[in-house]
Design a protein around this ligand. Structure first.
Ligand code: EPU
Length: 335
């Protein structure tokens, strides 16, 4: 375990925002969890994955806990078609590792930044797949009750970019995630944008999805971002039909269930389309901008602060609400 005092978080959030944390504890797979608890010393805690979904608007006065980014062979174990991976492992490394070991399923999630632990917290998703489709269980440490606990897939309460853990920031340290993968490859081509992509092997599909994804997002080494900044909003049928009548070019919304009462169906709109249509694509405000190739992505033009990102996000939310009557919720967590 390594402890850092007064450390810059620039390298620990994908937006590249330069704020400081009072303390940061970096945990290795071999560390005992008891030692982690001792190191917190009663301070406020924030558990950070790869920081790919965080916007820091100010210095953090408590302790940040981060799992080391270990993607070595020690980080992952295979038992049949189950894979048990260290929470700090880079998710994309796990996807490649599983394909190299004859297990498929995760290829549609290729090139999503972030760690294995964050994949469970955020229920990351892309191109017709979500982490929840493959997560068997999650091994966590409850920093409040000071005990290890295992969550089944159901206990994780996964929903669109949401999980049980997301509602308790700083409480659960996700140590390991067990994924149930496929020994036999069946391509998942349900997402419209995948039509025509090479998919004879899972590796081919992974490579094509990686390329497709990077064509829409800033290169992390050039411009920081948090991927999609907003969630796609779910509206009622009346709102959807009204918008569709007014804007026939609006992408068709998919009916989604919005509660466990089957009759309650909502329509998931494309936030990217709404923001684009409102005229924000390519705009900048201060040093924060809206990515010219994808209006759903806010980015750091050069050395921007979290406050600049936040004020751009608020301006977009207000404008979209005024123009379309639709509220946008950030997918990114603003700290
Ligand atoms: N669109 C526009 N203008 C834009 C952006 C999008 O008109 O500037 C339209 C597209 O043409 C398309 C529709 O909006 O008709 C949806 O766009 P896209 O297929 O790119 O998907 P998305 O709904 O915007 C979601 C995820 C992404 C994921 C993609 C692909 C969310 C919030 N975002 O985006 O996830 O990669 O689908 O599956 O659900 C992320 O979470 O960080 C992320 C990148």
């Amino acid at each position: 375990m390594k402890v850092f005092e007064n450390i810059s978080l620039k390298e620990y959030n994908t937006f590249g925002i330069d704020v400081k944390a009072r303390r940061m504890v970096m945990v290795e797979p071999k560390d005992s969890v008891e030692c982690i608890v001792d190191s917190i010393r009663g301070q406020e805690v924030l558990v950070l994955g790869a920081g790919s979904n965080m916007v820091f608007t100010k210095d953090y006065g408590g302790t940040i806990i981060i799992l080391s980014r270990d993607s070595s062979k020690h980080a992952v174990r295979q038992l049949g078609n189950f894979v048990n991976a260290w929470g700090g492992m880079v998710m994309d490394d796990l996807i490649q590792w599983s394909l190299d070991n004859g297990l498929s399923g995760l290829e549609n999630l290729s090139a999503i930044p972030g760690t294995v632990g964050a994949s469970a917290v955020q229920n990351v998703g892309a191109y017709g797949a979500e982490a929840k489709d493959f997560i068997d269980s999650v091994e966590a440490y409850d920093l409040q009750e000071r005990c290890r606990c295992t969550f089944t897939n159901t206990n994780c309460q996964f929903a669109y970019r949401d999980s049980f853990f997301k509602h308790y920031p700083g409480r659960y340290l996700i140590l390991r995630v067990v994924y149930r993968l496929n020994k036999e490859y069946t391509p998942n081509l349900s997402y419209k944008a995948l039509e025509g992509l090479p998919h004879d092997t899972a590796q081919q599909l992974r490579d094509a999805i990686t390329e497709l994804r990077w064509s829409k997002l800033p290169r992390p080494e050039e411009n920081g971002s948090a991927g999609s900044f907003f969630k796609n909003p779910v509206v009622d049928e009346e709102t959807y039909l009204h918008l569709k009548a007014e804007y026939p070019n609006m992408p068709d919304a998919h009916p989604v269930s919005i509660s466990n009462i089957q009759s309650l169906i909502g329509y998931k709109l494309s936030a990217g389309w709404l923001i684009d249509k409102a005229g924000w694509k390519g705009c900048t405000q201060g040093r924060a901008g809206v990515w010219p190739k994808n209006a759903l992505v806010l980015y750091n033009t050069d050395g921007c602060s979290g406050e600049e990102v936040q004020s751009l996000a608020i301006a977009i939310q207000q404008d979209v609400k005024q123009k379309f009557g639709v509220s946008l919720d950030p997918e990114a967590i603003i700290i």
